[in-house]
Design a protein around this ligand. Structure first.
Ligand code: ADP
Ligand code: ZN
Ligand code: ZN
Length: 746
């Protein structure tokens, strides 16, 4: 008798055991999606193990009620991954499995099917003649099918030939006609996203650096063991071609591939370029596209074709890491430094880190790529855990764009009053407009931050304990550190130069757009920000118009820049380089460096040389100076030293614990009691900062407190926190969330 342990979904964070009925025993495997009875209802669940329960009488076990589909819903490596994630990210395994299985699959939404007919035997001429006279409809059907090279849709035949379903049934029964069922595919992008693209018909010949990188990857893939390699290539160095070579190798070896791109990069251009090339590599192979805008039908079809082994490649955003790819050999994580890989709701996983773990469980190669690698990944290279491959030149020896840094302190002094655009940027924009070339102006998306900036000397107030920017709280005019809670009154004058010209906020896209209209009144200007981004069609239309040259100046957040290749853009302006540097986040410098280098990489991709203008109040800042030469190694060395001194990630792990509730005093009381409990139980294994009020203290009438843990033993500490959390007497009106390796420090 076969007995299985099942992970039921929807609120059961445990394993329950069932017998498998005789008829299903041959088909149920680890990873099968089944329905099982719990109390008096059937629930969906995934088979997690085969074997008997330790402490439950076998005669009381119930039966598995149903097997939902013939192939496993989760591969063995995915099940292992689910277990690891539940432990690492401190959440229930049912939540993880639900994240892995798209809702559409769980809801078992049927897929569209169609029936096909074809001839299975040829009748001798005399028999055919007999049939035609006795049953003319049968004869008609036979002669029609005889002329077809491929199976034909049954519905089509019934209407076209005017024969009845009964006639078909007779011939099927006689074994003359065969009826088969085929799933109808709803392919994402088929007619929608694929238009107007310039897909290189022939893959370019690799240059020497690309060839060397591709060769190394070929050898690594041949070994067919787990490994992680970082591809560090400057912007425009042709990393995509190197990825595609590796994909080719993996497919040739019969393996499966996951190709991850950050959500913001998932533009029609990126996807269809990849899709075109992938399908050229393996003709007849389908590439499944995976992202949050898919319809239920598209998602379910994509999922099924991967789970059944029909398709072997998936391209998609973060959650594509859970695609049921069989025989996984390669995972590519493009733009691996992108914070978009981190999910900011439960389960709060990081797509790149999960990719590395999945590769490990599947014995696959994980290829991380970026022009500005995350310091986490780079530290792993330095520690010898990851391999590294470098592309130091742009393809065709195109020049790196010139970066001009404009000191806005001087601009403001010379211009009297507020300026969004420096003289230099205005002149450059006007010149581009005269020459019918295009300009992109970037505005820092993180302009909501409320740090204080002296516009005379560029000074920004920082916490002396944490080396992060202090946050200005308007309600009581105080500065607070949201890591340790230190606070002091907001100064009326700059503590460094005594100037009273203090600014609190960044510029909005709208204000910049207005400023641009004033200086190039005849230009066609378009704005792209959070509003436009949420309307998918508008977003695509604007990008399409920009590509077609119907727009001269595009103003937007850095989100518009990713993965786009606009050859006619010769000027890129970054309006407010400081903002990302002065947010209360220890990654602020890293973000700024990445932003500057990536933004600069948008310019000069065609034959014309590009120019970049960066406006800043702190031109001497390291993030800005290193970005001028796109000097990643120099930047990484200096920044990693700072991280080491403060023992920040990647040298220790950071865990964020947030507490929410209607009563601020109660919140503070319990947060403090909890902190004491943790300190008493974990002692030296963890360093606590806080608890303190969150930078945004109140959202929708709920107060927020938070606590930070620094630790070098993350797995032990998370497990301990989970155990303590279960025992702690939380009040009913308090909600708390643990976020391991948080990316968003707000
Ligand atoms: P990256 O991702 O490194 O910034 P891409 O992969 O987007 O760069 O490549 C930049 C451009 O160079 C693309 O248009 C690509 O088609 C082209 N390209 C890549 N490799 C070569 C090559 N060896 N020869 C010519 N063009 C290339
Ligand atoms: Zn000052
Ligand atoms: Zn502090």
């Amino acid at each position: 008798m076969m007995i299985v342990g099942v992970h039921p979904l929807a609120g059961f964070d445990k394993v329950l055991h069932y017998r498998v009925p005789e008829a299903l025993a041959a088909v149920v495997v680890v990873g099968s999606l089944v329905r099982v009875p719990i109390v008096n209802r059937l629930h969906l669940g995934v088979v997690g193990e085969i074997g008997e329960p330790k402490d439950f009488p076998l005669e009381r076990l119930k039966n598995v009620a149903q097997l939902v589909q013939p192939f496993p819903a989760l591969t063995a490596d995915l099940l292992g991954l689910a277990r690891w994630m539940a432990g690492y990210y401190a959440c229930g395994i049912d939540t993880i499995i639900e994240t892995m299985l798209p809702a559409a699959v769980r809801n078992d939404a049927g897929f569209k099917q169609e029936k096909l007919l074809k001839l299975s035997t040829k009748l001798p001429a005399d028999e055919l003649a007999k049939m035609s006279t006795r049953a003319p409809q049968q004869g008609r059907l036979y002669r029609f099918l005889e002329q077809q090279f491929q199976p034909v849709k049954k519905s089509l035949i019934l209407t076209r030939l005017d024969v009845s379903a009964a006639v078909v049934a007779v011939l099927v029964k006689r074994g003359v006609v065969e009826e088969t069922v085929r799933r109808v595919e709803r392919v994402a992008y088929a007619d929608d996203w694929g238009t107007g693209e310039v897909v290189a018909a022939m893959p370019p010949l690799l240059n020497a650096e690309q060839r060397a990188a591709a060769q190394t990857l070929t050898e690594q893939l041949e070994r067919a063991v787990f490994g992680v390699t970082l591809l560090h290539g400057v912007t425009g160095s042709g990393k995509t071609e190197v990825y595609l070579h590796a994909v080719h190798d993996a497919l040739k070896a019969g393996g499966g591939v996951i190709f991850l791109v950050p959500e913001v990069a998932l533009t029609p251009q990126t996807v269809s370029r990849l899709r075109g090339r992938l399908e050229a590599i393996a003709p007849g192979q389908k590439t499944v596209v995976w992202h949050s805008h898919l319809s239920e039908g598209e998602r379910i079809d994509g999922w099924h074709s991967l789970a059944s082994g029909e398709a072997r490649v998936v391209v998609g955003a973060r959650s594509a890491i859970f695609a049921p790819v069989q025989n996984l050999r390669l995972i590519v994580v493009d733009e691996e430094h992108e914070p978009a890989y981190k999910q900011d709701e439960t389960p709060r996983y990081h797509g790149r880190d999960v990719a590395v773990m999945r590769a490990k469980l599947a014995g696959a190669l994980c290829l991380l790529g970026s022009a500005t690698p995350s310091l986490e990944s780079f530290a792993n290279v330095e520690a010898g855990k990851y391999g590294i491959l470098c592309l130091t030149q742009r393809v065709d020896d195109r020049k790196m764009p010139r970066i001009n840094v404009v000191d806005m302190r001087i601009e403001i002094m010379n211009s009297r009053g507020g300026t969004a655009l420096s003289r230099k940027l205005v002149n450059a924009m006007q010149a581009r407009f005269e020459r019918r070339e295009q300009t992109i102006l970037f505005i820092n998306r993180r302009g909501y931050s409320s740090s204080m900036l002296c516009t005379d000397c560029g000074h920004v107030e920082e916490c002396e304990h944490c080396s992060i920017t202090m946050t200005y709280h308007r309600s009581d005019e105080r500065l607070r550190c949201h890591l340790c809670g230190a606070e002091r009154p907001a100064p009326m004058a700059c503590p460094k130069c005594r100037s009273v010209k203090i600014r609190w906020r960044g510029l909005g896209t709208q204000r910049v757009e207005e400023a641009v209209r004033r200086v190039v009144p005849r230009a066609r200007i378009e704005r792209m920000d959070a509003d436009t981004m949420s309307k998918r069609h508008l977003f695509r239309q604007v990008l399409g118009d920009f590509r077609a040259g119907k727009i001269d100046v595009l103003v937007g957040t850095q989100m518009i820049g990713k993965g786009l290749d606009f050859p006619n853009v010769t000027l890129v302006g970054l309006i407010d380089a400081d903002i990302s540097m002065h947010i209360p986040d220890f990654r602020a410098n890293e973000r700024t460096f990445q932003l500057l280098v990536q933004v600069a990489g948008r310019s000069g991709r065609g034959d014309r040389e590009g120019e970049v203008i960066v406006q800043t109040f702190t031109p001497q800042a390291e993030a800005i100076q290193f970005s001028r030469q796109a000097d990643f190694l120099g930047f990484a060395a200096s920044e990693l030293k700072m991280r080491k001194d403060f023992r920040y990630p990647p040298y220790r792990h950071l865990i964020h614990h947030s507490f929410r509730g209607p009563n601020p005093e109660k919140l503070q009381f319990f947060a403090e009691q909890w902190a004491k409990t943790v300190e008493a139980a974990l002692g030296a294994k963890v360093e606590l900062r806080g608890p303190s009020a969150s930078p945004i203290e109140k959202i929708k009438d709920e107060y927020r407190w938070q606590l930070w843990y620094f630790t070098s033993q993350v797995t032990t500490v998370v497990a301990e926190l989970v155990r303590l959390r279960e025992q702690f007497a939380w009040p009913d009106d308090l909600t708390q969330v643990i976020d391991v390796d948080p990316m968003n420090m707000m």
